[in-house]
Write a protein that binds this ligand. Structure first.
Ligand code: SF4
Ligand code: SF4
Length: 392
């Protein structure tokens, strides 16, 4: 944040017009800085509120030198959109929205980290951040006898990119589909017509790519008259309910754990096999703070015989800490001592749990990678996988 050269009110206006208008409410109390998980990392100093100060002054990205600008933007692209700051802010300032507005300008000037440029380009060209071909998108469902969605069905199951292609995460989509089938839920999939929901590209400021994602998905939704969606990723549910209504009317989306909890309550599925383990549930930021779904994943887990559910002291539910995967953080290569996954994994392991339960494909990957690189052997399982073990 040291390369600011001049004050430019036009920049302030651009950022405010791009959705950063919350800065006006900020009165520099600094509570967001205490809430931001990046500041739990000893070597970092992430002065969140200063972004508001700089936007108010129009004192951001002001330099003739592209390299200087790039160095200055690292912090802007560090924010993972977890909303811990918004939860603590007495004025409800959405710092992640402010960051997104700043990022839109930077992306327009192509001044953003190369790691992110590659992912954004893969999403634009292939419809997913892994750069896999769309005709392989439904490979996870091979042998499961899931129909292509049409209007005679009740739900579209939207697998999300990571569970569609990543061999580990595919097991989550498969477990989810099998649970829904067992409960008699009438659902179908879009197959190769499913495109990344676009949540992460919007968060990093790549608005044009987000619009491409919206167009592709809403064309497919319109063609098949989709009304209700079940998702494995909370990022997809939130985007469909919060961002898509502007482009597509009458869309409702729920996260898989919400559906599982209802199916158990209505006795359409009954967990019977013992899962005799101490389980700690990690609240994903999007499902928790942003969708306020805290009870349903816990209700699913506690309905399973043998599960002993434990909590991370203090940092649970609204105070859960981000795994670091949001806003394309999954594709960032931070040094080991600068990873949010490291901070959160330590808290989860300290509970003495045998299994870490998650409800988001990003969290699954972030923690598994973290444990692999630090040599810790503790299984990470999606709630769907634990439930499926108990009903199959
Ligand atoms: S907590 Fe809110 S009002 Fe206080 S400095 Fe942070 S953004 Fe500004
Ligand atoms: S959204 Fe999360 S990562 Fe971003 S500034 Fe707020 S607390 Fe920090």
């Amino acid at each position: 944040m040291s390369n600011v050269i001049t004050i430019n009110p036009e920049i302030r206006e651009c950022i405010i017009e791009s959705g950063g208008d919350d800065v006006i409410k900020c009165y520099q109390c600094g509570r967001c800085m205490a809430a931001c998980p990046w500041n739990l990392i000893e070597k970092l100093d992430y002065p969140t509120y200063r972004f508001c100060q700089r936007v108010k002054l129009g004192a951001i990205i002001e330099s003739e030198d592209k390299d200087e600008i790039a160095a200055d933007t690292i912090d802007v692209f560090r924010c993972v959109g977890c909303d811990s700051c918004k939860f603590e802010c007495p004025r409800g300032v959405g710092l992640s929205d402010v960051m997104r507005a700043i990022r839109r300008l930077l992306v327009d000037y192509d001044s953003y980290p190369n790691e992110l440029k590659s992912v954004v380009s893969r999403i634009f060209n292939s419809g997913n951040p892994l750069g896999e071909p769309s005709d392989k998108r439904a490979n996870w469902a091979a042998g499961l006898d899931i129909p292509t969605y049409d209007e005679s069905l009740d739900y579209l199951y939207f697998s999300c990119c990571v569970p569609a292609y990543d061999s580990r995460a595919q097991k989550v989509a498969q477990a989810t589909a099998r649970i829904l089938q067992k409960a008699g839920v009438r659902f179908g999939i879009l197959g190769e017509k499913e495109f990344c929901c676009g949540e992460a590209v919007r968060r990093v400021g790549a608005e044009k790519v987000f619009q491409t994602a919206v167009k592709s998905n809403t064309d497919a939704f319109r063609h098949s008259k989709v009304k209700q969606v079940i998702t494995t990723s909370p990022h997809c549910s939130l985007t469909f309910t919060k961002e898509y209504p502007e482009y597509y009317d009458g869309l409702d989306a729920v996260h898989a754990t919400q559906v599982f909890a209802r199916l158990i309550k209505e006795r359409k599925i009954k967990p019977t096999k013992e899962f005799a383990k101490k389980v700690v549930y990690h609240d994903p930021c999007t499902l928790g703070r942003q969708m306020e779904v805290y009870d349903e994943p816990r209700a699913v887990l506690t309905s399973i015989p043998g599960v002993q559910l434990v909590e991370v002291p203090t940092f649970n539910r609204e105070y859960s800490i981000c795994c670091g995967g949001g806003a394309l953080g999954l594709w960032r290569d931070w040094p080991q001592d600068e990873r949010l996954a490291n901070v959160r994994a330590e808290q989860l392991v300290a509970t003495g749990a045998d299994v870490i339960a998650v409800a988001c494909p990003y969290c699954l990957q972030m923690f598994e990678e973290q444990f692999k690189s630090s040599g810790v052997e503790i299984p990470v399982m999606d709630v769907a996988e634990i439930l499926y073990e108990s009903i199959s």
